[in-house]
Design a protein around this ligand. Sequence first.
Ligand code: PLP
Length: 410
Amino acid sequence: AFTADVVPQAPEDPLFGLMAAYRKDTNEKKVDLGIGAYRDDNAKPWVLPVVKEADDLLRKDPDLNHEYLPIGGLVAFNQASQKLILGKDSAAIKDQRVVSLQTVSGTGAVHLGSAFIAKFYTPKTAEAKAIYISSPSWANHNQIIDNVHLPVKTYPYFSKETKGLDFDGMINGLESAPEGSVILLHACAHNPTGVDPTREQWTKIAEVMKQKKHFPFFDCAYQGFASGSLSTDAWAINHFVDQGFELMIAQSYAKNFGLYGERAGCFHFVAAPAGNAQDTVARVGSQLAILQRSEISNPPAYGARIASLILNDEKLFAQWEEDLRTMSGRIKSMRKALKSHLDQLGTPGKWDHIMEQIGMFSFTGLNEQQVGRLRSEFHVYMTKNGRISMAGLNRGNVEYFAKSMDEVVR
Ligand code: PLP
């Protein structure tokens, strides 16, 4: 029954394919700038010291077992996650306007939100029942939204000319979307471009979205990773909450705790302050629980336990902030190093955007052919769209990468 015309061969996931090709490459100069995972100055995965400490504490706990978590996940983790993203003194939390479920990392949270929209969202016009993502966006957004049978639409985001935000294009896109559309926004450290709106621009985006009664869905995969400050990176979300929006948040702990494979994340629904918000979150929460139960039954425990231990302990929390500054600081220093090597080489083109972009990634502006040459001639691996994971650079390879780049753009 499952012949090729019914089930055609799907292409390999481009990012995971890239990783496999990198692993096979035996050249000692090879550089991995593909996957968005932090690497230390020796190009090695980094277990955050605070995570190591929490892990040791957990393993010593004689009461640790492998029982199921509740459907919504670890309660202490969910509560701490609310505080982390909305702030300790959040009015929304005090008013009990937030319902949160632990998810299978950020991907699971984006999925749960999308599934909820697909099942329950009833905008005035049928054409508003779609999720708008930035152009470009994290590639998986397309598939996750498509999987729940919602149309994926896009709003302009990146300017090829300035390699910065196409702010006018974005505003026009939001204005011309049907009233009440769901708009997916990257909370900080936009993937793949590394380009974030300024606070002034966020303020305008919120104004337009309010006028158009759009529904914000924030994807926050890099809190603390972009600027090094947890509250700075949550600013946009909190601005929208302060403006009285009803909204959803997908929160990932993959990058900021380095808990990639442990799949710790959280989904939040925040009801608007007007009306009977507590009743809304109770109803919404009950339906989210059914979605969760039918899909994963209950979330994985270990990563959430580690995160929860750190989030709920003042001393560990302070150490975590230190570790975040280590990661974001090293990435910023690599931006500087790359830019200054390109300056020294007199590489044709303008490269200021490398310094201006933020977070894990830089959208270099290298084209597909240049990316191809980097891989075949220089053993440098990056995605076809010219995105580099800044964390793949270190003091040992940044000059080699700059020289390789220099050769392919000449
Ligand atoms: N959203 C964005 C924008 C991302 O870049 C990522 C990871 O690359 C995720 C969500 C989800 O990551 P995870 O499922 O590993 O938490």
